[in-house]
Design a protein around this ligand. Structure first.
Ligand code: FAD
Length: 349
């Protein structure tokens, strides 16, 4: 078997992977970035066309290259695909795609990265695979009985698909609110969440929430959602929708029937569509051979370094799962990897 030897493999070419690649390149560390996407953009490549740049919370710049001034009405996906594509091209970052990583294994002195383009033997691995490839569908009784359409945020394209229908939107995060604002213009909706949503009135401040997620991953718990701790931004569009009654939330239903949903008290709602805006989980199935999960169900991470496998860093994971967090984490991870590789060299002398 042809095994390619290299210092560092970065898995994923989203915000986190490109930032890491930039810092590795600047530091002169030989590396390759393996990305399963058909083209640049990371998860943004797949965001629904009606998600406009002006409607997202703000996208942090890639290092050394500000996001160009652009019309806020352009689809965020198009803007970011162009921006990331130019960044990779202009800096000649060593991105290979489409290359899907299937497994990372412990090969003794090196970590072995098995992919659709062969195996790399690396001294360190930076995992930057985000969450988009792992949509979370919770289990509710009767889900398989429903004869209407069920889809996840990951499949959502255009509100016009639901014109004239009744859509039950499940989930208490920002994606659910975005879907409701759009769909309610062309269809009737019901919003269900597990907990009452909390809308913030002031400036959106994620610091406390990020600190909580940081605490969770340090003790090996699953990261959890940043929004559950920050609350939902109460933008003018949200306030207008509240006045229209669109954001009158119902508690979670107890079960699903062939024609809709039923609550514990017997109330029922007919539905044509159930849209699961129930979030994403880290896309890290390929790390399973390393057996990193702790008793709490998560991976213990200090900064970006995996405690049980210090040659592996997770960037864009937990507290760094935002464009600003991913950028900072990419830089911090490369700093640590540089020290790790230098230590290796000393040991081998
Ligand atoms: P991604 O962008 O997901 O990139 C991961 C890359 O890894 C992808 O290219 C993928 O193809 C590749 N990959 C995955 N698995 C493999 C594998 N096995 N082998 C090879 N390649 C693989 N954050 C903000 O800061 N501001 C916002 O406004 C904002 N809006 C958002 C809106 C929505 C609807 C969602 C869902 C998220 C939003 N976020 C926002 C969060 C933000 O998108 C992410 O935190 C950030 O873009 C993730 O960057 P990343 O590099 O970690 O991952």
């Amino acid at each position: 078997m042809d095994v390619k030897r290299i210092d560092v493999v970065v898995i994923g070419a989203g915000q986190a992977g490109l930032t890491a690649s930039h810092h590795l390149q600047r530091t002169g560390i030989e590396h390759v970035v393996l990305d399963r996407g058909d083209g640049p953009g990371g998860a943004w490549r797949h965001r629904w066309p009606s998600l406009r740049l002006g409607g997202v919370h703000g996208i942090h710049d890639l290092p050394g290259s500000p996001l160009p001034e652009t019309d806020g009405a352009r689809p965020a996906a198009d803007v970011i695909v162009d921006y990331f594509g130019r960044y990779e091209h202009d800096r000649q970052l060593p991105v290979l795609r489409p290359v899907k990583v299937d497994a990372v294994r412990d090969g003794g002195e090196r970590l072995l990265v098995d992919s659709s383009a062969g195996t790399w033997a690396a001294r360190a691995v930076l995992n930057a695979t985000g969450t988009w490839d792992n949509p979370f569908w919770p289990h509710y009784p009767g889900r398989h009985l429903f004869t209407g359409r069920q889809l996840h945020t990951a499949d959502y394209r255009d509100p016009q698909e639901f014109r004239g229908q009744h859509v039950v939107v499940v989930g208490g995060g920002i994606s659910a609110v975005e879907h409701l604002l759009e769909i309610s213009e062309v269809a009737t909706t019901t919003w269900v969440t597990r907990r009452p949503p909390r809308f913030t009135t002031g400036q959106f401040d994620g610091r406390a929430a990020v600190a909580e997620v940081e605490r969770r991953v340090r003790v090996g718990l699953p990261p959890g959602s940043v929004v559950s701790a920050t609350g939902l931004p109460g933008t003018p569009a949200v306030r207008a929708a509240q006045q229209r009654g669109v954001l009158d939330r119902q508690p979670m239903f107890a079960r699903i029937t062939s024609t809709g949903v039923v609550w514990a008290d017997g109330r029922a709602q007919r539905a044509d569509v159930i849209l699961w805006a129930t979030g994403f989980r880290p896309a890290i199935a390929h790390l399973a051979p390393l057996h990193l999960r702790e008793a709490g169900g998560g991976i213990r991470v200090e900064g970006t370094r995996v405690v049980a496998e210090p040659r592996l860093h997770l960037v864009g994971y937990g507290p760094s799962a935002s464009t600003i967090g991913a950028s900072r984490a990419g830089r911090a991870a490369v700093h640590e990897i540089r020290i790790l590789l230098r230590g290796d060299q000393e040991r081998l002398k």
